[in-house]
Design a protein around this ligand. Structure first.
Ligand SMILES: *Cc1c(COP(=O)(O)O)cnc(C)c1O
Length: 247
């Protein structure tokens, strides 16, 4: 039994999605990029599963969460609300090693990998998930880089990123896909994304499969697209203001 979302909310989400897609298209046009090269990842943290269901009705296939427990619950609840739909879920938040096993059950990709110990924990967890059939295949991984070197918001130092990428590439149960960053507060986003693009290019030289550059959120996606983002992570511009403070 599929419960249709409230029509008001559906219309609201359809309108904000159209506006975000318009922003993406315009930003791509300004720098001569093909908008189909920029994936829209909708960050649903703190929003109810009914919104996720509505967004799947509107054709969205990629969602992100920043907490394992909230994500695991939403994934299970969505399977009840929309049994025929299986979107790709991604982890974008800070992740403790003891959550690796759980994340490997629901995540298609983890964007927030920033330490060797987390790489190892995810490799073991994904490998176990593959062995038990909980996972169909390897866990996709992005290396999260801290542009300003401040560890407060997660991410490894730029100098550590290549070593971390090598470690992911060596794990059979993980698949290195690229890099992710959040623009630091004390720096113009363009400077941060320019620096990130250099990190991404260096990583791609060594690992040509690592083509994903995850950068840009509701407030700065145009700047990120200008510097080559292939994945914008958008929460509030699609869903509205978050009901709770969320890191
Ligand atoms: C919440 C979050 C986003 C989305 O932020 P908005 O400003 O709401 O678009 C993107 N990336 C990460 C890592 C987040 O935690």
């Amino acid at each position: 039994m599929t419960t249709p979302p409230a029509t008001d909310r559906l219309a609201e989400l359809a309108a904000s999605l159209a506006a975000v897609r318009h922003r993406i298209a315009r930003a791509c046009a300004e720098v001569g990029r093909d908008p189909s090269a920029v994936d829209l990842l909708v960050v649903t943290k703190t929003f109810p599963v009914s919104d996720v269901a509505a967004l799947t009705d509107l054709g969205i296939t990629d969602f992100a969460e920043n907490r394992d427990s909230e994500a695991a619950r939403k994934v299970a609840d969505l399977a009840v609300l929309r049994p025929g739909v299986s979107p790709r879920w991604q982890m974008v938040g800070r992740l403790q090693r003891n959550k690796a096993r759980s994340v490997a059950r629901w995540a298609h990709q983890v964007q927030s990998v920033d330490s060797p110990r987390l790489v190892d924990a995810l490799a073991v967890a994904a490998s176990a998930g593959i062995a038990t059939g909980e996972r169909a295949g390897p866990l996709n991984v992005l290396i999260q880089v801290s542009i300003d070197g401040d560890p407060a918001r997660g991410g490894c130092l730029i100098a550590e990123s290549l070593g971390l990428a090598d470690r992911v590439a060596e794990a059979d149960s993980l698949r290195l896909r690229g890099v992710m960053a959040v623009a630091p507060l004390g720096m113009p986003p363009a400077d941060a994304f320019e620096r990130l693009a250099e990190v991404a290019a260096r990583l791609r030289e060594r690992h040509p499969v690592a083509t994903v550059l995850s950068a840009g959120m509701s407030g700065d996606l145009e700047s990120a697209i200008r510097y080559g983002s292939t994945c914008v992570r958008v929460g509030t511009a699609v869903l509205g203001g978050r009901p709770l403070a969320s890191p």
